[in-house]
Design a protein around this ligand. Sequence first.
Ligand SMILES: Cc1cc2nc3c(=O)[nH]c(=O)nc-3n(C[C@H](O)[C@H](O)[C@H](O)COP(=O)(O)OP(=O)(O)OC[C@H]3O[C@@H](n4cnc5c(N)ncnc54)[C@H](O)[C@@H]3O)c2cc1C
Length: 461
Amino acid sequence: MDNSEFEKEEPDLKMGMTGMDRRSFISLAMTAGVGATVGACGVASAGSNAKGKIVIVGGGAAGLTMAALLMRRLDDADITLIDPADRQYYQPGFTLVASGVYEQDEVWRSQESCIPDGVKWIKNEVKLVDPENKTISLANGESVNYDFLVLTPGLQINWGLVEGVSKETLGAGNAHSIYDFEGAQGTWKALQEFAVTGGRGIFTDTYTKHKCGGAPKKICLLTEDYTRKQESRDKVTLDYYTAASELYDIPYFTPRLEEIYSERNIPIFKKVRLKGIDTSAKKAYFEKHEAMGEEKLVTSFEESYDFMHFTPPMSAPDFVRESGLSWSEGKLAAEGWVMTDPETLVHQRYRNIVCLGDCAGIPTSKTSAAVRKQVPVAAANLASLMEGNEPVAKYNGYAACPIITEYGKVLMCEFDYNKEPQITFPFTMLDMSREQSAAWMLKVHVLKPMYFYGMINGYML
Ligand SMILES: Cc1cc2nc3c(=O)[nH]c(=O)nc-3n(C[C@H](O)[C@H](O)[C@H](O)COP(=O)(O)OP(=O)(O)OC[C@H]3O[C@@H](n4cnc5c(N)ncnc54)[C@H](O)[C@@H]3O)c2cc1C
């Protein structure tokens, strides 16, 4: 990426601090008591001599953290992890790549370096699970048996459900998405150009459940702030289209977030779905969905744009549904999310399967912050099941979404299944219903090293 044209005017987007290596992170974490305040894990210390072959499908945030914790918790762990990826991405960093705060190489490690010692890695893709026969079919035609399955393949991004767009052509017609590593890099380049040229910016979320519901809002607010920093805000108009009936559905945080959009002169259009993009004409096609009594009214319209950020529809990976592991009825069935007990994280039909992370069909936000709190519960319950006991550990739906409202400030949204605030943020004297600079420091400087050095090694859970 050649940013030379923009380098001279670039403000300090990191807000004064440089990247942190492992040693500095650990000393900062110890000084600040981060391990204690963001939650320490008691499960890790309890040993278990449970027996059985565990297979983990998907070695992302959830799969790796489970592998690391189980290796420590079980005396004779027999763990196989299946994942075709070469790289482990810290996806929450994509927003910061897309806004020039992180360099692209700061957000990934080789997958090999992240797999815990003692875990057998099959570098392949799962095509089908046969839960009756406890067998997994791989893309290379081989099969793998298991006694206990940890289902953590994340989610599938369905680019094709936005007409006119594909993963391969992402960025064409200046329509970008940070839900992709290359897409995040393209967004940053385009955002800088947009701040020079000016014009109309359109931002959308999507009608399916999607990972980090805050991400589309963050990139919108960062774009606005970046144009202010470049003194070109008056050349830019910005509009935010949400498929939902409100901007954010956690009442403790919503009023301030809506107020910020209003203060920053970004109109919010609700109940609007992106249907397609004509990238050659730079036109976005929308549908407004309204209820008129029993009737559903759908009105189509189109909008021209100069710069666009969109969120693609998402679902559970196809193999999950094809394996009969998804909900078959209810709100979570349409997108194939796994039939998971919301408290124990054990599969509702197959009690030798636990499921967590983005693919789990549970009514909370799909974030790695949620994964961090799910892992100790899923690991404890898996060990109990392996010992022939009932799964008694319970997850309360905790999730967190640090909504970056501008360079230097974050609205740190933490909540549970009841949509009640669950503030674990260390500086409790602050009003956490408002954006805070201290939360920016946590988001930009602490959470990434905490992920790579702590969480996926089974610590700081
Ligand atoms: C732009 C963006 C911003 C985000 N911001 C935040 C944030 O601020 N805070 C936050 O907490 N979270 C954030 N998230 C969400 C967070 O990254 C995810 O919720 C988290 O990574 C989910 O973990 P997971 O293990 O379920 O899935 P992933 O981490 O995506 O891992 C899934 C793994 O499964 C593997 N896999 C997939 N299919 C198969 C298969 N068929 N066979 C074998 N392996 C397979 C993949 O290769 C991958 O390694 C953000 C995500 C994005 C994209």
